[in-house]
Write a protein that binds this ligand. Structure first.
Ligand SMILES: [Zn+2]
Length: 123
């Protein structure tokens, strides 16, 4: 604690971690999007023949859920990209208010954060 910057090695670890996480998110997004698109396709073809309103309803919920995931993930993806930019800029993981490095655990949760826990909670 009390450090003012990260070592190159630490930054590389963060970068690897974020790149890994980004890959997982992208895979998840592709998956959810595919599921949603498939449901949408099935829905239009089924609607004509199917009289099972209950099924159609739960499909709709599933589809909305899938789209919700895509939306949430794409937001998360933006944050991860932002964090990667910050690593390149040298601003990653450093609190804007007190200029100290941010807790590692906190950075794993919110890699794009620009304030440490104590500055955030004192605001
Ligand atoms: Zn701070």
């Amino acid at each position: 604690m009390g450090k003012n910057n990260w070592t190159k090695k630490e930054l590389k670890e963060f970068k690897d971690y974020i790149l890994n996480k980004r890959k997982t998110v992208i895979d998840e997004m592709e998956d959810a999007k595919q599921r949603a698109d498939e449901m949408l396709k099935n829905d239009t073809t089924n609607a004509i023949y199917s009289s099972h309103m209950a099924d159609a309803g739960s499909d709709l919920v599933e589809m909305e859920k899938a789209y919700y995931f895509v939306q949430r993930d794409s937001k998360f993806l933006k944050y991860l990209n932002r964090a990667l930019d910050m690593i390149d800029e040298g601003t990653f993981g450093i609190c804007l208010s007190c200029k100290k490095v941010i807790d590692k655990e906190r950075l794993m949760e919110v890699p794009h954060t620009t304030s440490c826990f104590s500055c955030k909670s004192s605001r």
